[in-house]
Every structure is written in structure tokens, then in C-alpha cells.
Design a protein around this ligand. Structure first.
Ligand SMILES: [Zn+2]
Length: 402
């Protein structure tokens, strides 16, 4: 890239940043704020207007001659859109999201994602076909797709890293398969990473730079945000506490190891613990209701699970010295006694003051993963640049190098 093109790119970025923060503003105001010449501002604004990234409205206070009234300019969040496609163990959730992170349309379906990758991918593609018209988004305005899967994803190639955790997807290249169906670029990440990204950007973690995010549902997932950026580590597994070995004599986990945290603290484990008292097939919602009603078996099982999660989180608090812990998932976010048990153990076991941090319920519910997937798409600098809308890049917390 030549120096001139680089300068132009930098000027575009500077101007778009101002549009985002100061909008609506007129050209003169934008010139003052950016330090760019009037001619440069006018030329760049003409580009943005042509690409649809910026809209202009008449300035009500404008007093210029007819045709020369200086218009007010603002960034148009609808100039482009992204898709968030989240595959859970038993559902698929697709969202159409604008550049400001607002959900324009979404749909969630029950689906056994373990039954087959190809069928699940086909369902995702047909949901997109239904949702784009519903959102009023022209398919040509969609710049890319963020995709979530409920398994560790290899940082190197985007493949499912531990096939034992998602066997049906073992031979599948998830991003390429979805890209082929949608004719759009796709980035894939682990569901807990996406939850962390969404909660850290729009939810309970938005005021913190360093976060541990734990997803407690039928399984146990976790992810890390450090210095405002998702930290996936060298191989993509960073933060994954569900498969820490915590009980050397414990039962065999679905990952093949013995005594993982997930065998003790997951919703499935709690459900098993409650089977003698309440039978099989308890939903997560029912478990939460039992704990809230002080059912003795539920209180004991929740306390046991929370203590185990706290034991796993305490050394991470001390080792990483984060600002807050966000507890998500349909068990973690809803079950106050579970969070209380986690907090009590973290405060007891982490080296002060590293455990004396807010331990908060996630706020985005089951929208966290699709929103996180959309956020992942919004942070792909190449896609934004190709669409002519690069202003949001440095505002979002995680800008991967691509
Ligand atoms: Zn395991």
C-alpha cells in the first residue's frame, strides 16, 4: 500500500470516528474536529454519501443560500449488516445485526446439532433467507457472518479442536461450509468466547477491561477478555475451565478425561445429583425454581457445584487479576444461590484483593452467543473496509489481525 493510499485510509478512519462520536455534525465542524482541510473533508464525505455509510439531513439552523445549506452528517448504522449464527447443543439462533449492534431480526429453533453438521448448516442458511427480508436488509448489504459452535475451536484452522465433544462436526470445515451456503465470508468461534465478547461489549461486562466469563448450562464453558480483547490463547482453548481436572477419582467426562469440572458442576451433573429426589429430565429452569424454593436436595447440589466452580475460578482470579467475573448460561445467569456459592468460594480462596471483585449475572440471556457472533463479524476489519465502513473497527474491543 502506497503512502498516499495509507494517508487517505487514515483520514477516512479519523473522519468516520468523528462522525460516530460527534454526529450529527456539518462539514465545517468535522474539519475542526479532525484537523483535515475543508477540501479533504468534502471529498471524503462525498465518498461516504455515495457508499451509503453516511446520510445527510438539512441543518435546521442552516442559513446558507438555497442549495448551499450545510447539511448535518451522520453515520448510518443500517449502511451494512452482519449475521450472527449460533449453534448450541440443542438449538440454532440466527440474528441480523446492524453496525451499531442492534438486532434487526432473529429466530431461535430447537435442533439437535449433534445429529449432523450438514442438516444444521442447511437450517441456518434457510433461516438467513427468511430473516433478511424480515429485517429489511438487502442481501448485498451483508458484509459477513460470525458463527458459534459449542466446542473448542482451533485457533489455527477454525476446526473443532476436540472432536469427542462434537463428533458430528469432526470432518467438517464449519466456516467454509457455511460460507459456501451463504456466499459470504464466515468466522467461527467457541460459544463461550462469543458470550464473553457480547457481555463484554453490550452486557454486564461492558464497563470492565479484564473479564472471566463462565457459561453454566447443561455444560460448563468459559472465556477470557484481557485488556478489552478476547484472549483465545495459542491454540484457542484459553479460559476453558469446564475440562479442568478437579477430581482425580471422579467419573469419566465426555471429553475422555476423568473428574473434569463439568462432571461436577454442569447442569447435567446437577440433574444427575437430583435424580433420586426429583426423577430424571429436570430442565435448567426447574432446577433454578427448586433452588429458589429452598428444596434441600437442590440447595445441596447447587452449593456443591458452585463451590467446585469457585475452586476453579479462584486461582484464575489470582493468576490473571481480572476486574470482574460474569456468570452466564441458563443456569448461571438465573440461579442466584449458584452465583452466591461461587462468590463465597472465590472470596475465600483467591489471594486478596484479587477475589474481591464483582461477580455478576450475565445480562443478555440466550442472545449472548448470536450477538457475540455478530460482534465477531463486526470486528473483521477486512470486511468493514471492503464495505467502505471502517469507523467501528477501533471502537469494538477485539480487532483480530487478518
Ligand atoms: Zn472433560
Amino acid at each position: 500500500v502506497g503512502a498516499l493510499a495509507q494517508t487517505r485510509e487514515l483520514n477516512r478512519l479519523r473522519l468516520l470516528n468523528e462522525l460516530r462520536e460527534a454526529a450529527p455534525a456539518d462539514r465545517a465542524e468535522l474539519g475542526r474536529r479532525t484537523g483535515l482541510s475543508r477540501a479533504t473533508v468534502s471529498a471524503l464525505v462525498a465518498d461516504f454519501l455515495a457508499s451509503g455509510a453516511v446520510t445527510e439531513m438539512p441543518d435546521p439552523a442552516g442559513s446558507g443560500a438555497p442549495g448551499r445549506t450545510p447539511g448535518l452528517l451522520r453515520l448510518d448504522p443500517r449502511a451494512a449488516a452482519v449475521l450472527g449464527v449460533d449453534f448450541g447443543h440443542r438449538h440454532i439462533h440466527v440474528a441480523v445485526v446492524d453496525l451499531a449492534g442492534e438486532v434487526l431480526a432473529e429466530r431461535r429453533l430447537d435442533l439437535d446439532v449433534h445429529a449432523g453438521a450438514s442438516a444444521a448448516l442447511d437450517v441456518a442458511a434457510s433461516l438467513v433467507d427468511v430473516l433478511l427480508p424480515e429485517a429489511g436488509v438487502d442481501p448485498g448489504r451483508v458484509i459477513g457472518v460470525g458463527m458459534g459452535l459449542p466446542a473448542p475451536i482451533a485457533a489455527r484452522d477454525g476446526l473443532v479442536q476436540n472432536p469427542s465433544l462434537l463428533a458430528a462436526w469432526e470432518a467438517v470445515r464449519p466456516a467454509e461450509e457455511l460460507a459456501a451456503r451463504l456466499s459470504l465470508p464466515v468466522r467461527v468461534a467457541n460459544d463461550a468466547d462469543l458470550g464473553a465478547l457480547a457481555e463484554g461489549t453490550f452486557g454486564a461486562g461492558r464497563d470492565f477491561e479484564n473479564l472471566l466469563y463462565v457459561k453454566l448450562s447443561t455444560g460448563v464453558g468459559a472465556a477470557l477478555i484481557l485488556d478489552g480483547e478476547l484472549h483465545i490463547g495459542a491454540t484457542g482453548i484459553a479460559g476453558e475451565i469446564g475440562h479442568l481436572g478437579v477430581d482425580r477419582l471422579g467419573v469419566i467426562c465426555r471429553c475422555g478425561n476423568r473428574g473434569c469440572l463439568e462432571t461436577i458442576a454442569s447442569g447435567d451433573a446437577i440433574r444427575r445429583a437430583l435424580q433420586p429426589a426429583h426423577g430424571s429430565g429436570l430442565t435448567m429452569r426447574r432446577i433454578v425454581a427448586l433452588a429458589d424454593a429452598d428444596d434441600p436436595a437442590a440447595v445441596a447440589a447447587i452449593s456443591h457445584a458452585g463451590t467446585a466452580v469457585g475452586d476453579a475460578l479462584a486461582p484464575l482470579c489470582t493468576g490473571l487479576d481480572v476486574d470482574a467475573i460474569i456468570i452466564g448460561g441458563d443456569l448461571g445467569a438465573r440461579c442466584a444461590p449458584l452465583r452466591a456459592a461461587i462468590a463465597a468460594r472465590v472470596r475465600e480462596r483467591a489471594l486478596p484483593p484479587t477475589g474481591d471483585i464483582p461477580i455478576l449475572a450475565a445480562e443478555l440471556g440466550d442472545r449472548a452467543e448470536p450477538l457475540g457472533a455478530a460482534t465477531l463479524a463486526l470486528t473483521q476489519t477486512g470486511w468493514l473496509r471492503a464495505s467502505g465502513v471502517i469507523a467501528l473497527v477501533d471502537r469494538l474491543p477485539w480487532v483480530p489481525v487478518d
